[in-house]
Write a protein of this length. Structure first.
Ligand code: GLA
Length: 378
């Protein structure tokens, strides 16, 4: 049964009628452009075929009631009297809070929620939860859907409600993605450009390792990038070429120099990668992914042993154009571009290589580029 079918069925059981709407938001995988978004840089992610769904109907009062198929339990709060707490409901509360704070007048809803995006894996289950909640409010309230604005509301939840200094990549691609395309995002102007993902397979390889303290390490990287930009006399690390940076690198101490070099070189790699996609040059794209991983491993220092092994296992296969860690890092997933006709043997070989070297079992998710947040027709 698909996630959509699950929320539909359980909604009928819980509420005794069919839902009025089913809304959905996907996870995402970033092909290249890591830790560049909060430096006003470039990223190239795509939405994946795993999502969060909510089946819902409007309510006349201000109570929001939601049944989670993960915990098999109900949760509720008043959308006109929101206070902070802990747990997954914070994402929905945060969205309700910042939508109203931005002037949206909201009605409430009740429903059933389920998702199949693995959590903490670097596939943006939290951005999906934010955007799917915004979409639920949109359906029961009276406002126009502005995909970019909704992404910014989601980012505000991360930054101000949850205290994570994350950039706009996840929310924006989860909101605006188009089926069959990767999205180049300019994280300064928020302009996006779609690039077709054809004749190549995208394979996500989950190390099944999850690290604590990711948010504190993430915020530390964010601060280091800001410090580096200040010392270089620029607004953000977006504002300098690699060549100019090399001439000025002596102004920075070793750690900041490495952090900055990653971001600045990664921005250049993203732009080269879009050219490679335009030419269907997956060999070149693969090389850029490999360089990105090295830079994340050695300069930005956000990879992990498990991620490095996974990437090595992928690169050993003839079918593989390139591979790298994806998302914030420290654990979670790597991504590979693979020849479609050799997908099955690639997946098997990577799984067995990873297991041999780590005694841990990998999960492999093969995915096509999917649509961003939407309402699923009943
Ligand atoms: C997380 C953040 C994004 C981005 C990536 C790293 O996914 O939410 O904003 O910074 O890490 O590229």
């Amino acid at each position: 049964m698909t996630g959509q079918e699950k929320v539909f069925k359980v909604f009928k059981e819980k509420f005794g009628e069919e839902p009025k709407y089913i809304v959905r938001a996907p996870g995402r995988v970033n092909l290249i452009g890591e830790h560049t978004d909060y430096n006003d840089g470039f990223v190239l992610p795509m939405a994946i075929e795993r999502s969060i769904w909510i089946a819902l109907r409007p309510r006349v009062d201000k109570t929001l009631k939601v049944y989670s198929l993960h915990n098999n339990s109900w949760a509720e709060f008043e959308i006109d009297d929101i206070s902070k707490g802990l747990g997954w409901l914070e994402y929905i509360k945060g969205v309700a809070f910042y939508l109203q704070d931005a002037g949206y007048s909201l009605n409430s809803w009740e429903g059933v929620i389920y998702g199949d995006i693995p959590r903490g894996a670097g596939l943006s289950s939290s951005a999906a939860l934010e955007l799917v909640s915004a979409r639920a409010f949109f359906e029961v309230s009276n406002f126009t859907w502005n995909a970019k604005e909704m992404a910014l509301i989601g980012q505000k939840v991360e930054n101000d409600w949850l205290g994570l200094s994350s950039g706009i990549m996840d929310q924006l691609v989860v909101s605006v993605a188009k089926k069959g395309f990767a999205s180049l995002i300019d994280c300064r102007s928020l302009e996006t450009k779609n690039y077709p993902m054809q004749n190549v397979a995208v394979v996500i390889m989950d190390t099944n390792t999850r690290r604590g303290l990711v948010s504190s390490k993430y915020n530390e990287r964010f601060a280091q990038c800001q410090d580096a930009a200040k010392l270089l006399g620029i607004k953000t690390l977006r504002d300098i070429s690699l060549e100019k940076f090399e001439q000025n690198a002596h102004k920075l101490k070793n750690i900041l120099r490495k952090r900055a070099r990653h971001v600045i070189s990664e921005n250049e790699r993203v732009l080269k990668a879009t050219k490679a996609l335009e030419n269907s040059d997956f060999i070149e794209f693969g090389k850029l992914m490999i360089a990105s991983h090295k830079s994340l491993q050695n300069d930005f220092e956000v990879s992990s042993k498990a991620l490095d092994i996974m990437v090595e296992c992928a690169l050993e296969q003839d079918a593989c154009y390139g591979a790298r860690m994806t998302g914030a890092g420290f654990g979670g997933c790597a991504v590979a571009l693979v020849k479609p006709e050799q997908l099955e043997e690639f997946s098997k070989a990577v799984s067995s290589c990873y297991q041999k070297q780590t005694n841990n079992v990998a999960s492999i998710y093969i995915t096509k580029a999917s649509d961003g947040t939407n309402t699923v027709l009943l």
